[in-house]
Design a binder for this molecule. Structure first.
Ligand code: GDP
Ligand code: MG
Length: 823
């Protein structure tokens, strides 16, 4: 019988986990090991994946993966399999460690995703890094300095991990940090809602023989459940000081720091290094390996020989490099292989599973002695009740889609009102300055360069804040993880992973954090694939362009047009995903093992703060990059000033003005237009645009659109500010108030075969919008792809393939449309 044969509500005991190495290991780490009880909670609305309850947490698995977990009834298990609990064995006092000079204590925060590391980090460092209720929020390490009781603390917030093996990039990152940076004290943040699984990571830290202090976080939840735990005894058993904390309230944090100091000063009598007993046979192999490793003392100065021996025995080759300096490297490797074989033959089970089993056995034993459960679990029960609706068989998907719809509508409809106010404000400011400053280059720069450029972007802040509000809401409550659960089946159809959905959704906010969010995907191929298609998610910076152009050309139906653009982006990304999956990434997929955290009410203030933090980021981008870009573009369009005109406009205009008839008035306007246009074409930017013309003419763009697209590489909002600058200088706004949309709508070609016709015909507009949707993401995104993928080849690939697609799409639309005489 496998997990897959169980029905909703059924429970059983796990007998065995079959499957590939990495996959099985992952399941082991999440608590799917022999002898543990598992209950089927429910299937996702599309029947796949399925949510299971194991070790006090809810985890989702795909059906194909669940079928690899063999289960038997609890009664059968008890009668056949003898228990094999790990025990605490020989322990010794920690040997003298040379205290570091100076009074700085380096702390690394290590713990499961969602255990509250970042909350703790923010509390002690008084910063406001992003916290959220789904795994993978902290993707980078953050560092902060603060002082406490005469010590300077350097604290590092690390990504969340379930273990320190070689399964995901986060695990490697954290392990490397501990091994290479050698923090003085590792603060292991533990979620009191799920001690067993959280302590698994602790057991690995014990093996690494690093100095640990445990922050037993979410202690409020434990109290609410009326569970009791003997922390003194548990500390003794583990040889690690355990301090209860409630980090979002700031409770227990000073005690925690005081204990860190005590442990650092080696004044805590309970602290000792324990050995988890892995059973006679494994211990014998460990000793053998240790003997070989100890032959190279320089190794054991840095790393615990027991840790290296265990890792080698587990065949975790990522640690092999630690001993690569040893003269007997080959001998050690050979012995590790031999012993691994010996043990798996003896027990008819893989050595790493045996080790995992023993770890969990050790933890279960320690908890049995120290913890009393009341049986009640209000937080979990509340979560179950919420999930009864939100991931309901029939309601789950519509609710999710409804939520997305609401998110879009609020962003675009509601956001429109404040947008208009800001627009008016910016316009008034421009007019005010225009009226009150003396004519000259400074006024031109201020009004046309700065206010025209930055003002054109700042008006979109409300839309963006609303979008960020919804994304923060999803992240902070825990709904984001549910969205992956709900969407996995669909994503899987396109060769993607349910977890890809979150980065893709975040892509609507900004592609940069979205690229970083792909770190939650354990499999490199899944991750790269997701990164390649994220650029088609219309980021918030593209929204201003859509609103501007769609609003100008399709004033009645702009909302629908914009929605279509978003949809085209989504559909296209999925198609590209299938294509890439079939060509570039044909290898197998990573398992879908994901925790569904209990729902939390973060409170409106927290959500608003997160929204604001993201909004501020947008503002900063505007203040720096965009301001600079606006000025450069304005200057490129403003100079050179001494243009040699083809006609003597000044004279012609004054001649006409002397006539002073109705006909001559309009003649003056036309002459002014021609003069300005000629001047622009001769400006530096005009020359650049002209050079680009042959490439973009088949797409229906004029040179100003071409320039806007080029400058948009710095950031896509700049497309708008460039247009603001370029079209501002046009006549027709001499009357002042014409908004940018109005100006775009009324632009006409002033010469050439199309003279007198509108530039932004509906067809040209659509072609332009498509180009903006598809073409190269901004510099920041390209840089992120390079960094995250670890290869600039992928960055270059993204740059060129998106632009090629953009050009092709616009070309086909415009040319076909022209043939059919649309627009
Ligand atoms: P990280 O992934 O370990 O960095 O976890 P976060 O700091 O992002 O926190 C995850 C969630 O747990 C957030 O919604 C926090 O507000 C919440 N949280 C953090 N500490 C506590 C605590 O002590 N008690 C409770 N009830 N919630 C907490
Ligand atoms: Mg975090």
């Amino acid at each position: 019988m496998t997990l897959n044969d169980l029905h909703t509500g059924d429970s059983a005991t796990i007998a065995r986990v079959r499957g590939r190495g990495a996959f099985r290991k992952r399941l082991n780490e999440m608590g799917f090991i022999r002898g543990k009880n598992v209950t089927v909670v429910k299937s996702a609305p599309l029947r796949d994946p399925v949510e299971y309850r194991i070790l006090d947490s809810n985890v989702s698995l795909r059906r194909s993966e669940a079928s690899l977990v063999e289960v038997i009834s609890e009664a059968d298990f008890r009668s056949t399999v003898p228990g094999r609990p790990g025990k605490v064995s020989d322990s010794f006092q920690r040997g003298p460690v040379m205290p570091r000079p100076g009074k700085t204590i380096e702390i690394a925060l290590v713990g499961n995703p969602n255990s509250g590391k970042t909350t703790l980090f923010n509390r002690v460092s008084r910063s406001s890094e992003h916290v959220g209720n789904y795994s993978g929020v902290t993707v980078d390490s953050k560092e902060a300095l603060f002082s406490h009781r005469g010590y300077t603390f350097r604290i590092t917030d690390l990504p969340g991990t379930y273990s320190l093996s070689d399964y995901s990039s986060e695990e490697r990152y954290v392990r490397e940090h501990i091994l290479a940076k050698k923090p003085d004290v590792v603060v292991n943040v533990i979620d009191a809602n799920n001690l067993e699984r959280n302590l698994y990571l602790t057991s690995q830290l014990i093996d690494m023989d690093v100095t640990v202090v445990v922050a037993l976080n979410m202690y409020d939840d434990l109290l609410a459940r009326k569970d009791t735990i003997d922390l003194g005894l548990l500390s003794k058993l583990l040889g690690i000081r355990i301090v209860p904390t409630i980090s979002h309230r700031g409770k227990g944090i000073y005690r925690l720091l005081n204990h860190v100091i005590r442990v650092f000063e080696e004044k805590d009598p309970d602290i000792r290094h324990i050995h988890i007993n892995y059973g006679e046979e494994i211990e014998r192999s460990v000793l053998k390996l240790q003997e070989l490793i100890r032959l190279t003392p320089s190794l054991t100065d840095h790393y615990s020989s027991r840790f290296i021996a265990l890792k080698l025995l587990e065949r975790d080759d990522s640690c092999a490099y630690l001993i690569s300096g040893a003269g007997n490297f080959m001998e050690i490797k050979a012995m590790a292989r031999e012993e691994n074989q010996r043990i798996s033959n003896l027990f008819k089970e893989d050595t790493d599973s045996l080790i995992t089993d023993a770890r969990y056995g050790f933890i279960a034993g320690a908890l049995k002695q120290t913890m009393k459960r009341s049986g009640a679990d209000p937080g979990f029960n509340r979560s179950q009740r919420i999930d009864r609706v939100l991931t309901h068989k029939y309601l789950g998907l519509p609710i999710f889609m409804g939520f997305l719809w609401l998110m879009f509508h609020a962003t675009f409809t509601l956001g429109n009102y404040p947008m208009q106010w800001i627009e008016q404000g910016v316009g008034l400011l421009g007019e005010f300055i225009h009226a009150n400053l003396a004519q000259g280059i400074f006024r031109d720069m201020l009004v046309d360069g700065i206010i025209g450029g930055v003002g054109g972007v700042i008006v979109f802040l409300p839309n963006i804040l609303i979008l960020f509000f919804f994304i923060s809401l999803m992240e902070d409550t825990g709904y984001m993880a549910r969205s992956a659960f709900i969407m996995d089946k669909v994503m899987h159809l396109f060769g993607l992973h349910g977890k890809s959905f979150i980065p893709l959704i975040m892509g609507f906010g900004c592609n940069v954090p979205a690229m970083m969010a792909t770190r939650t995907l354990e499999d490199r191929n899944d991750r790269l694939l997701t990164m390649l298609i994220i650029p088609f998610m219309s980021c918030s910076a593209r929204l201003p362009v859509y609103v501007l152009v769609a609003g100008a050309i399709f004033p009645e139906t702009a909302g629908n047009v914009i929605f279509m653009l978003y949809m085209i982006g989504v559909v296209f990304s999925l198609l590209m995903s299938i294509l890439f999956k079939k060509t570039l990434f044909r290898k197998s997929e990573a398992p879908f093992v994901m925790e569904l955290p209990i729902y939390r009410n973060p409170g409106i203030r927290v959500i608003l703060r997160h929204m604001w933090n993201k909004g501020v980021h947008y503002l900063k981008k505007m203040g720096g990059v965009i301001l600079l870009a606006s000025l450069v573009i304005w200057a490129l369009g403003y100079f050179p000033r001494n243009v040699e005109y083809s006609k003597d406009y000044e004279q012609l205009i004054s001649l006409e003005e002397q006539k002073d008839t109705e006909q001559s008035d309009s003649q003056v306007i036309i002459l002014n237009q021609q003069m300005e246009s000629e001047r622009q074409q001769n400006s530096y930017i005009g020359r650049l645009g002209m050079a680009l013309e042959p490439v973009i003419r088949p797409l229906g763009f004029d040179w100003k659109m071409g320039i806007s697209l080029v400058t948009g590489f710095a950031a896509k909002e700049i497309v708008v500010s460039t247009m603001g600058v370029l079209y501002h200088a046009d006549p027709g706004n001499e009357q002042g108030t014409a908004s940018l949309q109005e100006r775009i709508r009324t632009q006409v070609y002033t010469e050439g075969p199309r003279a007198g016709t509108r530039i932004f015909t509906p067809l040209a507009g659509v072609s332009f919008l498509l180009f903006v949707l598809f073409y190269l993401p901004c510099v920041a995104v390209i840089a992120t792809v390079g960094r995250e993928s670890g290869s600039w080849k992928w960055a270059a690939f993204v740059l060129f393939y998106t632009t090629a697609i953009a050009w092709t799409a616009s070309f086909m639309v415009y040319q076909l449309g022209s043939l059919l005489q649309l627009g």
